[in-house]
Design a protein around this ligand. Structure first.
Ligand SMILES: Nc1ncnc2c1ncn2[C@@H]1O[C@H](COP(=O)(O)OP(=O)(O)O)[C@@H](O)[C@H]1O
Ligand SMILES: [Mg+2]
Length: 274
């Protein structure tokens, strides 16, 4: 699988942050929120899908844009196998669990490895933000690819981004990259709503909390950079199982204690805007 390249250099960031022309919201959408992480595999897509569902459960109209062109997850996590309709001008989002969804995975054969060059990524992102018939959304949740590459660059240049949430796991190696992610959004002038500590701990059969990847790292990073620490989500196999089965936990087991965590996070995020 090709890596997203190139990393943003300091010089490039400086240039971009210097001039900021007025940017537009995604049509049909009030607030655009990016779910970001520096590394892959930290649970970004899992968080993005469950947050979208939790926001819906508290009465918001929600869209879910899978911006991970190299490794789309929404088709599997929402068990969507149909292709979006087009009227020749715009694509219709696919509605699942009352959420308007769009993913490159709806348009391409999922088994075929895709080789994307930077400009192709840019044009896919432009299509998703300008040529999709998003309707009456309070929030569009954008599931970003890992890192600080072409996708992040295109979004920040083209779209008014109303907030970013950074998901991390507590290991030191993950945190190093988180710091880079924070700096990127700061320089691009995108408000960081806060940091999430995912796979923070495990509760054993004995009822004890096990801090498998160390303790408090994400929270400390948040404090160090003067960002909000939004909270922690434990490791729990049911989170992965429900997503793999195409119906994330917030949708399949809304009363589960894990779903409550997502729900409370959704309330915090909603209250930042409404
Ligand atoms: N809190 C969690 N507990 C257990 N498994 C999790 C949790 N968060 C994510 N996972 C699992 O970790 C893997 C990577 O998650 P994913 O959301 O695809 O990460 P990313 O989008 O950052 O690459 C998936 O198999 C997912 O089910
Ligand atoms: Mg992902």
């Amino acid at each position: 699988m090709p890596k997203e390249k190139p990393e943003l250099s300091d010089a490039m960031l400086k240039k971009m942050s210097g001039k900021r022309p007025e940017k537009n919201s995604i049509q049909g959408t009030r607030f655009t929120i990016a779910i970001s992480s520096a590394k892959g595999g930290v649970g970004k897509s899992t968080f993005a899908t469950n947050l979208a569902l939790a926001l819906k459960n508290i009465g918001c109209k929600v869209g879910l844009l899978d911006a991970d062109i190299y490794g789309p997850s929404i088709p599997k996590m929402f068990n969507i196998n149909e292709k979006p309709k087009s009227d020749g001008q715009k694509l219709e989002p696919i509605i699942k669990y009352e959420i308007q969804c769009m993913s490159i995975g709806f348009l391409t054969d999922q088994q075929t490895p895709m080789i994307w060059r930077g400009p192709m990524v840019t044009s896919a992102i432009k299509t998703f933000t300008q040529k999709v018939n998003w309707k009456n959304l309070d929030f569009i949740i954008v599931d970003m690819p890992p890192g600080t590459g072409d996708t992040q660059l295109t979004f920040s240049q083209e779209i008014k981004m109303d907030g970013a949430i950074i998901v991390s796991t507590p290991q030191e190696v993950a945190l190093l990259d988180v710091k880079r992610g924070i700096k990127m959004f700061d320089k691009l002038g995108v408000k960081i709503l806060g940091l999430i500590d995912n796979m923070s701990f495990f509760i054993g059969d004995d009822g004890k909390k096990y801090k498998i990847f160390g303790e408090g790292g994400v929270k400390k990073t948040a404090e160090e950079f003067n960002k909000v620490f939004l909270g922690e989500i434990p490791i729990n196999p049911v989170i992965g199982e429900t997503s793999d089965a195409g119906k994330p936990i917030v949708e399949s087991q809304p009363d589960h204690e894990i779903s409550e965590i997502y729900l409370n996070l959704a309330k915090k995020i909603k209250s930042a805007y409404f």
